[in-house]
Structure formats: structure tokens, C-alpha cells
Design a protein around this ligand. Structure first.
Ligand code: GDP
Length: 348
């Protein structure tokens, strides 16, 4: 496992010591609550596992960690590939650790199984932050469905917070549905953009603009600085057309250069301002409660679906039903009903 290989010497020794035996839930809980990064990594592996024996362990572990009060902040970071997410997270993470914060970096990338880790899987990314004793970096879990990947990441957030990480950064690729999933598990959602030749507002999906609490235009240096500043004005103007956000926060637009470490601390200051506003209004707490409810419903959906598709009656008949539906031999509703009957019979 790549993240274990990157541990500091102490961590490596601890991993070696523990690798010999399977750790009990008590050992894992103890290690996590003591902020042991090597044990945290192992605990996450159990949460990510699909083995039945691990599932039980994972439930107990999460429960032990849930009760620990945490004052953490969860920040989602998105943007298209190449916008500079990992460069940004590296410098932003270093800035936060230099302020005495403990930072965990996670990712939600349901495509990573196909592309063998398109985000955070590459060891050359975030080389400085990896070495920082106050940072913990974990690549995206693999999984067949976004729901599964997102659920595991959410549980990993709980473990990281129990281990004393006060800021959790969750990176996601700026394509597809994963942004919505990450938005539903963070307190603050940051969209990284590039200044383009007038295409800023066309290339961006409206939904993502609406989700963003901040739009940050990266690579704002040198020849690009002017264009970035123009893009900033354009985004500010566009944002004015949106209805006010439920959280009472007016999304901010700023520019930065991750490579030159410019405008980075200002982003943190903006987030602090956001936290003050939303904590005062009660929105922060309410949002977390709503997110928990949302994830309960999501998980039920996910588990029910899994159970349904795993029954042999469904496995055996789905293909032929799909064919019949395509040929108009049976209506989709009727076909679904037939499959449901088979599924229910097997449950008994
Ligand atoms: P990601 O795919 O969004 O994670 O993007 P990366 O962090 O891998 O960055 C993509 C490329 O943009 C790399 O070559 C980075 O060195 C470069 N890059 C990132 N941030 C900046 C920046 O602030 N300025 C400039 N000029 N290049 C940057």
C-alpha cells in the first residue's frame, strides 16, 4: 500500500511491528485515537474492505470513533484535470500545517479503478506534504460505484477526525457526479479554475457554480495574471445572477498561484470568515446534520441495490428482461415487477 510506504521512520517501525498480526478493533481504535498514522492507514484499509469479517470490524471501529467530539473542518476541492489541484493542495496543506493544523487529504475518484488511480494514486504528487508529520494523505478508495467510493471516503473522514486531523481536504475530479457526492460531505466547497480566453462561463457546469463557496482562479502569475484578474471579475459578475445561497454566504472569487505560493493564505482567511458566518447562523451544524441524514438515505439506496443485483433470480433474468424490453415484448414496469418478485422470493 503506497501510503504506508511513505510513513516516517516511527510509522514504518510501527507498521512492521503490527503487520505480523491482525489488529483487533480495540488495537485499531487505540491507535487511531492516539493519532498513529500507520494504524490509521490500516484502519482505513479495513473500512475500505469488502470482506465480511472486515465489515463487522469497520462498523465497530467507526462507532468507537464517532463518539469523539471533533472540531474539524471539511473542505472539498474540485477542478478539471490539469487545473493544479494537487499542486494547490500541497501548498495549501503546507500552509495549514505551518499554522499548527493537522491536515488529512482524501480523494473521491470513482474512475480510479479503471485508470489505476488518476488522482492521488501517483506517488509523485504532493511530495512535500507526504513528508510532513502533521499531514496524512490517502488515495481514493477503489469501487465499482460512486456511491460506494463516497461512502468509504465519508467513513475515512470520521477516522481521520478521530485521529486528530482538524482539517480534512477532499479532492475530486471535475468531471461527472463525484462533485455532488463530495459537496454532500464537506463544509466548504472550493472550485479551482483557470483563466481561459473568454470561455470561463461556458465551460463550467451551472450546477457546480451553484455548489461552490469559492471560485479560485489558479496559475495567476506572470503573463497569465491579467487574464486571471479579468476572469475573476467575470465570475463575480456571473455569481451575482445566482439566487442567494441557503448558507447565507456570498461565494467569493479569488486568484492564486499554487506554484508561486501567492494568494494561498488569503484562501484560508476566507474559509475562516465562512466558518464564522455559518457557525454564528447555525447553518454549519444544521448542514452537517442534513448531510448525515442524506448519507443514511444514500446508503440505504446503495445497499438495497447491491442486495437486489446479487440475488440469483435477478442475475439470471436481468439480461433476458433487458432484451425483451428493448424489443417491446414486455413493458419496463412489468419487467421490473417480475424481477422484484424473483428477488423477494429469494429473501424469504
Ligand atoms: P491536477 O491535475 O488538477 O491535480 O493538476 P496538477 O497539480 O497536477 O498540475 C497540473 C500542471 O499545472 C502541473 O504541470 C503543475 O506544475 C502546473 N501548475 C499547478 N499550479 C500552477 C500554478 O500556480 N502556476 C503554474 N504556472 N503552473 C501550475
Amino acid at each position: 500500500m503506497s501510503s504506508e510506504k511513505n510513513k516516517d521512520t516511527k510509522g514504518v517501525l510501527q507498521v512492521k511491528k503490527h503487520r505480523k498480526k491482525k489488529l483487533s478493533v480495540e488495537d485499531l481504535t487505540y491507535g487511531v485515537l492516539n493519532g498513529d498514522k500507520a494504524i490509521l492507514a490500516r484502519a482505513i484499509t479495513i473500512v475500505e474492505s469488502t470482506k465480511n469479517e472486515d465489515l463487522k470490524k469497520a462498523y465497530a471501529l467507526i462507532e468507537n470513533c464517532l463518539s469523539k467530539e471533533s472540531k474539524s473542518i471539511r473542505i472539498g476541492i474540485t477542478g478539471v484535470p490539469g487545473v493544479g489541484k494537487s499542486t494547490f493542495i500541497e501548498i495549501f496543506g503546507k500552509t495549514l500545517t505551518s499554522l499548527g493544523k493537522k491536515v488529512a487529504v482524501l480523494a473521491v475518484d470513482p474512475t480510479s479503478t479503471l485508470s489505476k488511480g488518476s488522482i492521488l494514486g501517483d506517488k509523485t504528487r504532493m511530495q512535500e506534504l507526504v513528508k510532513d508529520p502533521n499531514a496524512f494523505i490517502r488515495p481514493s478508495p477503489s469501487g465499482e460505484s460512486l456511491g460506494g467510493v463516497a461512502r468509504k471516503t465519508r467513513e475515512t473522514v470520521i477516522l481521520c477526525e478521530a485521529a486528530g486531523f482538524d482539517i480534512v481536504l477532499i479532492e475530486t475530479v471535475g468531471v461527472g457526479q463525484s462533485e455532488t457526492a463530495v459537496h454532500s460531505m464537506v463544509d466548504f466547497f472550493l472550485l479551482l479554475k483557470l483563466a481561459g480566453a473568454g470561455d470561463e462561463l461556458q465551460g463550467i457546469k451551472r450546477g457546480i457554480m451553484e455548489m461552490a463557496d469559492a471560485i479560485v482562479i489558479n496559475k495567476a502569475e506572470g503573463d497569465n495574471l491579467k487574464r486571471a484578474q479579468l476572469a475573476k471579475v467575470e465570475f463575480e459578475r456571473a455569481l451575482q445572477l445566482y439566487p442567494p445561497k441557503e448558507n447565507g454566504w456570498n461565494p467569493m472569487v479569488s486568484t492564486c498561484s499554487a506554484i508561486e505560493n501567492k494568494g494561498i493564505i488569503e484562501i484560508w482567511e476566507m474559509i475562516v470568515q465562512f466558518l464564522d458566518t455559518t457557525k454564528d447562523s447555525g447553518y454549519f451544524e444544521k448542514n452537517r446534520q442534513n448531510q448525515n441524514k442524506f448519507w443514511l438515505m444514500q446508503t440505504i439506496d446503495e445497499l438495497l441495490k447491491q442486495q437486489f443485483y446479487r440475488t440469483s433470480a435477478v442475475k439470471e433474468n436481468l439480461e433476458s428482461m433487458l432484451k425483451k424490453v428493448a424489443e417491446d415484448k414486455i413493458s419496463p414496469f412489468r419487467a421490473a415487477e417480475v424481477l422484484m418478485v424473483g428477488y423477494k422470493k429469494e429473501l424469504k
